[in-house]
Design a protein around this ligand. Structure first.
Ligand code: AMP
Ligand code: ZN
Ligand code: FE
Ligand code: FE
Length: 267
């Protein structure tokens, strides 16, 4: 049964819908549960929990942490953790610092390329990410859309890209576990090589995001088998970003009730 979409971003990171609007979408879709996985922040969760009460939906704490393993970027989803736990708060603070330094460095690179954008113009409820910078570039007419900003300047290895690998996968899994949550590897199909994937499987993860976006069951077979073998958890979510990723609809992927209830350990 389709119980909840477990991967979505709000205005507290780089999504265009507020947590309340995400709850409204979940309700319209007929979901009974809701979660929010903003990049490196839990700031949107109190609003999500409040709105969920109004619609009688079960809300699950969530986050998508950016981290790295051996020079590769890895996204790790956390669920069911205690969002006030100091291990989580400490990591969130480290990410704020990391993003602040990285964003300034990217703006400097853009400047040297003749592109003037001012971070002070960005209005956000939580963390500032590359999509915010890309949207400013569109607004100022330097590029015609978000995709072009990433393809030419902000994507990995592009002209104004700055790597900011400061927080490891090991440290992130540990923090989620300390806060009594589950650590799930996000969108495993985006991991470049099987060698890297196999290395990641050696970490003390709790599961893989087996159902993602518009992918069908066959495309995810490999991950479903791995989860069964390890007795891990298979989650699903769309990676909804609202208008910032218009081709992905809320609820395009989802998680069943048993899995959702299992993840609800803490809240
Ligand atoms: P950040 O966390 O600040 O490094 O930004 C990463 C976010 O940028 C991702 O979660 C996506 O939402 C977005 N993003 C990454 N690559 C692209 C791309 N090629 N086109 C559009 N958005 C992208
Ligand atoms: Zn994003
Ligand atoms: Fe991600
Ligand atoms: Fe995401």
């Amino acid at each position: 049964m389709n119980f909840a979409d477990l991967h979505c971003h709000s205005t507290f990171s780089d999504g265009s819908f507020t947590p309340t609007q995400i709850v409204e979408l979940a309700h319209q879709k007929g979901f009974k549960g809701v979660s929010l996985t903003d990049h490196d922040t839990t700031k949107g969760l109190p609003e999500l929990f409040e709105a969920a009460k109004k619609y009688n939906l079960v809300a699950l704490s969530g986050i998508e942490f950016s981290c790295y393993h051996k020079n590769s970027s890895v996204h790790l989803l956390g669920y069911g953790f205690n969002l006030h736990h100091p291990a989580i708060t400490r990591l969130e603070d480290k990410h704020l610092e990391r993003r602040e330094a990285r964003n300034h460095a990217m703006v400097e690179k853009l400047k040297s390329l003749g592109i003037e954008v001012n971070l002070a113009e960005i209005k956000t409820d939580g963390v500032v990410g590359r999509p915010h910078i890309a949207l400013l570039m569109v607004k100022k007419g330097y590029v015609s859309n978000l995709q072009e900003a990433f393809q030419k300047f902000l994507g990995e290895g592009k002209a104004a890209f700055v790597e900011a690998f400061t927080i490891t996968l090991a440290e992130t899994i540990e923090a989620i576990h300390e806060a009594n949550g589950y650590a799930i590897l996000a969108h495993p199909h985006l991991i470049d090589s099987s060698e890297l994937f196999n290395q990641l499987l050696k970490y003390p993860l709790d599961g893989l995001e087996c159902y993602y976006s518009n992918f069908n069951r066959d495309q995810n077979e490999r991950y479903i088998k791995k989860v069964a073998q390890k007795e891990w958890i298979a989650t699903g979510g769309s990676d909804f970003h609202g208008e910032n990723k218009p081709y992905v609809a809320y609820g395009a992927s989802f998680t069943d009730e048993n899995t959702f209830r299992k993840l609800c350990r803490t809240n």
